[in-house]
Design a protein around this ligand. Structure first.
Ligand SMILES: Nc1ncnc2c1ncn2[C@@H]1O[C@H](COP(=O)(O)OP(=O)(O)OP(=O)(O)O)[C@@H](O)[C@H]1O
Ligand SMILES: [Mg+2]
Length: 488
């Protein structure tokens, strides 16, 4: 990747200061640590020419940065084998580590004589020459190290920001514009949808939680001939059996205690339109029989009623469970299964369409951006982190994450990698946090983010809601990597 480097103002400033204060040179390598471009000074140049020591160190730093689990991209400080220090900061691209900005050759925690001894040992030169080489390396106090780190990190962040972030407009054109994505699995679904909307057949939508089952059901209704008639949704797992029966089929006066008048069921409400039965796998056996009758005969009998009522309803059913397996285990009626499973749409989980993540993230920024002015843009590091996550909660989880990042960003122009939940990018990526410290960080982060969300990013209000001071909230937000001022 051709990265903009030398022409950037922050890079020029960092380079200038590193040179003037410590005589160090700023370098850029590719993501593997190869392409060692600049040696800081004569000591490094000599070591490099004779042993390639810095190449190996840079490759090791690259490994450390690429596999870093910290919520915030870390700056790696490594001790090279001559006792000299390397400072390396990551430049993130949309598909992970893109490059490394670094400086080598400071003496940090090592005295001149230590370094000289090592140089003599490594290069096999005379003590006098080793001493001369060691003397060139600038000494770093802790504060120097901190300053140099900050400069290198800001240069790396500038390089990252300067990378063009192109989320190309889609070339996959279809009428279902509310469905974002163009991964092969999504193209299949869209292809199927164009056929499904023309028919009146019952549809079964299968997919994990949060994959967009309801979105697809709505698309079928609103792009089809019933669009002007009602679209009714009922989740079959949300109710107890009696309530669900009465909600679906209605009841007549006196059918049960409290039934003081006739009540229309949702099937009647949906007459002429579409009824979306969500989580149909959770329906009881008794209700499955009643539903079967609606599908077979187009009639239903309200609870307590005697006269069947005719309805004209298109059914779309959804389930995150596999109904075919439920049939095998006698948990779902086989005859109903065949009635429901006329046209089947399988919605792929987000991890099988990771290529769509940048475009979906962009879409959700637009969807949830409520303020005036231009919505913030995602930085490559943010995208890299979003793409790396496996999204067990699928698109809904991604949408929630983007909403959360917008809250954190406040009026900042960028959504950065540092704003991505540590839950996604940090140690907790592989399950529950392991250490007490991680667990506390996760809980603290969630609490602060929730408070900021309740108060639209107003930190004073969030602090008082949390029973803490603004200063402490700011300090904790910074420590947890929640600040948009945080580098990268
Ligand atoms: N391809 C997509 N493009 C744009 N938005 C999407 C897409 N898929 C899902 N969404 C959005 O993600 C959210 C979750 O989708 P939806 O409610 O349809 O999922 P679901 O499969 O019904 O989830 P659950 O199983 O939790 O009920 C919604 O806000 C929906 O608009
Ligand atoms: Mg749903």
């Amino acid at each position: 990747m051709a990265l903009t480097f030398d022409s950037l103002a922050e890079v020029a400033l960092a380079r200038d200061l590193l040179r003037r204060w410590w005589g160090l040179e700023l370098g850029l390598s590719d993501a593997s640590g190869a392409g060692y471009a600049r040696t800081s000074h004569a000591t490094c140049a000599t070591l490099h020419a004779r042993g390639g020591a810095c190449d190996a160190e840079l490759r090791a730093a690259a490994k450390e940065l690429a596999t870093g689990t910290a919520a915030k991209p870390v700056v790696v400080v490594r001790r090279c084998y001559a006792g000299l220090t390397m400072i390396a900061a990551p430049v993130w691209g949309t598909s992970g580590l893109a490059a490394i900005v670094y400086a080598t050759g400071a003496r940090h925690e090592a005295s001149t004589s230590d370094v000289a001894d090592r140089i003599a040992g490594v290069l096999g030169v005379q003590p006098a020459e080793a001493e001369a080489l060691a003397a060139v390396a600038p000494a770093f106090a802790a504060a120097d190290l901190q300053h140099a780190r900050d400069l290198i990190l800001s240069a790396a962040a500038a390089v990252e920001r300067a990378q063009p972030l192109v989320i190309a407009p889609t070339t996959f054109i279809h009428p279902f514009t509310e469905i974002v994505g163009e991964a092969p699995a999504v193209r299949e679904v869209i292809k199927l949808l164009t056929k499904v909307v023309k028919s009146e057949a019952t549809v079964l939508i299968h997919g994990e939680s949060g994959t967009g089952k309801e979105l697809i059901a709505r698309a079928i209704h609103y792009h089809g001939p019933r669009a002007k008639k009602p679209f009714v949704v009922q989740n079959c797992s949300a109710f107890n059996d009696n309530l669900l029966e009465s909600a679906l089929f209605g009841h007549v006066r006196g059918a049960f205690t409290g039934a003081v008048k006739d009540n229309k069921g949702l099937f009647e409400v949906a007459d002429g339109g579409t009824f979306f039965l969500d989580e149909i796998g959770d329906m009881s056996a008794a209700l499955q029989v009643k539903l079967l009758r609606v599908l077979q005969e187009g009639t239903l009998t309200p609870v307590g009623g005697t006269k069947p009522i005719k309805v004209d309803v298109r059914i779309i059913a959804a389930s995150h469970k596999d109904l075919a397996t439920m049939v095998q285990h006698k948990q779902f009626r086989e005859d109903l299964f065949y009635r429901v499973n006329v046209l089947k749409i399988t919605v792929p989980p987000l991890r099988e369409r990771a290529a769509d993540i940048p475009r979906l993230a962009q879409f959700f920024i637009g969807k949830h951006w409520r303020n005036a002015g231009q919505a913030p843009r995602l930085t490559p590091s943010a995208i890299a982190r979003l793409v790396a996550h496996t999204w067990p909660g699928n698109i809904r989880e991604l949408e929630n994450e983007i909403e959360r990042m917008l809250v954190l960003a406040g009026d900042a122009q960028e959504l950065t990698g540092a704003m991505v939940s540590s839950r996604l990018s940090g140690a907790a990526q592989h399950g529950t946090p392991r250490t007490l410290r991680d667990a506390i960080a996760v809980a603290e982060t969630d609490t602060i983010v929730a408070a900021l969300g309740r108060h639209a990013g107003d930190r004073d209000a969030a602090a008082s809601d949390l029973g803490t001071s603004r200063a402490l909230l700011d300090a904790r937000a910074t420590a947890l990597g929640l600040d948009h001022e945080a580098p990268v």
